[in-house]
Design a protein around this ligand. Structure first.
Ligand code: DGY
Length: 335
C-alpha cells in the first residue's frame, strides 16, 4: 500500500468469481478498477480458481470458493479478499492474516432476510407444509381429515437460539412478537441487547437442548461448532422440538440428524443449509413428513443481495483509497 502509483484503481485487477448483482461490479468498474468476471453461473472449480487468480491483486468471492492455505501461499500478489457473504468459513482466515491479507465480509444487510427464512422454516416444519404440498402433487388430497395432518402450535413455546448474533436476534424478535415465545440462547458470550430487549436468558448448551421447544441455529461454522448437533445433542432435545438450521450445514451431523428423526428423538427439521450442498435429490430427509429443506436462500432477497454486492465492492474500493475496510474479518492485519 505504500506505492500510490501501484495502487491506482486502474492498476488493480480484481477477479470476480460469480455473477453477483451488478450494483457492486458497477461501483468498482465506475472507479476504474479492472475486473475479470467469471462468466458462468456455476462456481469455478478449485483448479479453475487457482488458474484464474493469476495476475490479480484483489479477489471478490463467495462461500462456494475454497480459499485455503495453499491458494493463499501460491498467490503472493494477492492484496485483499472481499467475501460476498456474512459467513467466511470457506476462507482460511489464519493463512490470510499470516500473509497480511485483509478479508472483508458483508454483515447485517442480510439479517432480516435470513431470519425470515428461519421463521418460515419453523412454521413450515411445525405444520408439515412442504410434505403436505408434495402429497397434493401426488394426488393424495382425498378429503378433510379431522384427525390427520396435525402439526404443533408455537404460541408461548420456548425458543432456543444457538448463536445469538445479528440473525439470531432477528429470529428471536420475530418469535417474541408473533408467538410471545420465551427466548433462551447459548452463545460464547452474553448478548446484553437480547437480555434487555427480549428478556432472553443465556444458558449452557445442554440446557438449551433440554428446555427448548424449538432450536434454531444462527452461529458461525468454526472448529467449536462443527458437528456440535450430533446424535447425542439431538437425543437431549425434546421429542416434540423442531431443529432449524439456517447457518451452515456442517454445524449439524446430517446422518445423525436423519437417525434422530427416524427414531423420533426430535419432531422435525427445517434446513436452509445442508452438508454437503447441494443435497442429493434422493436424500431420505427430502421425503420425510416433518422435514422442510430449502436450497440455501437465507439471504436471497433482491434487497439483501444488492446490499451484499455493494458492501463487498465498498470493501475493495475503500481498501485502495484509505487502506482500511468498513467490514473486516481480521482487522489485526491493518494495525
Ligand atoms: C452468508 O452470507 O453467509 C449466507 O450464507 C449466504 O448469503
Amino acid at each position: 500500500m505504500n506505492d500510490p502509483e501501484k495502487n491506482r484503481p486502474g492498476k488493480v485487477k480484481i477477479l470476480v468469481t460469480r455473477q453477483f448483482p451488478r450494483v457492486g461490479t458497477d461501483i468498482l468498474s465506475g472507479q476504474g478498477f479492472s475486473l475479470t468476471c467469471w462468466p458462468e453461473e456455476r462456481p469455478m472449480t478449485y483448479e479453475e480458481l487457482s488458474e484464474n487468480i493469476k495476475g490479480h491483486q484483489a479477489l471478490l468471492c463467495t462461500l462456494t470458493d475454497r480459499i485455503d492455505k495453499l491458494f493463499i501461499r501460491s498467490n503472493p500478489q494477492l492484496e485483499i479478499i472481499s467475501q460476498f457473504a456474512v459467513g467466511y468459513d470457506n476462507i482460511d482466515i489464519d493463512a490470510a492474516s499470516a500473509a497480511g491479507i485483509p478479508v472483508g465480509f458483508t454483515p447485517d444487510v442480510m439479517s432480516e432476510a435470513t431470519a425470515d427464512i428461519a421463521f418460515g422454516l419453523m412454521i413450515a416444519t411445525a405444520r408439515k407444509m412442504f410434505y403436505l404440498h408434495k402429497t397434493i402433487l401426488k394426488g393424495e388430497w382425498g378429503y378433510f381429515k379431522p384427525r390427520g395432518n396435525l402439526g404443533m402450535e408455537l404460541r408461548g413455546k420456548i425458543l432456543g437460539i444457538f448463536g445469538m448474533g445479528r440473525i439470531g436476534m432477528k429470529m428471536a424478535q420475530r418469535c417474541r412478537a408473533a408467538y410471545d415465545m420465551e427466548v433462551i440462547y447459548h452463545n460464547r458470550s452474553r448478548n446484553e441487547e437480547a437480555d434487555t430487549l427480549l428478556d432472553a436468558q443465556w444458558v449452557e448448551f445442554p440446557e438449551l437442548l433440554e428446555r427448548s421447544d424449538v432450536v434454531s441455529v444462527h452461529s458461525v461454522l468454526s472448529d467449536e461448532t462443527r458437528g456440535i448437533f450430533d446424535l447425542e445433542a439431538f437425543c437431549r432435545m425434546k421429542p416434540s422440538a423442531p431443529f432449524i438450521n439456517t447457518a451452515r450445514g456442517p454445524i449439524h451431523n446430517e446422518p445423525d440428524l436423519l437417525a434422530a428423526l427416524k427414531a423420533e428423538e426430535i419432531w422435525g427439521a427445517g434446513l436452509d443449509v445442508t452438508d454437503p450442498e447441494p443435497m442429493d435429490r434422493n436424500h431420505p430427509l427430502l421425503s420425510m413428513e416433518n422435514v422442510s429443506v430449502l436450497p440455501h436462500i437465507g439471504s436471497g432477497t433482491r434487497e439483501a443481495r444488492d446490499n451484499m454486492s455493494r458492501l463487498a465492492a465498498e470493501n475493495i474500493a475503500a481498501f485502495y483509497k484509505t487502506g482500511t475496510l468498513p467490514h473486516i474479518v481480521n482487522p489485526g492485519v491493518l494495525a
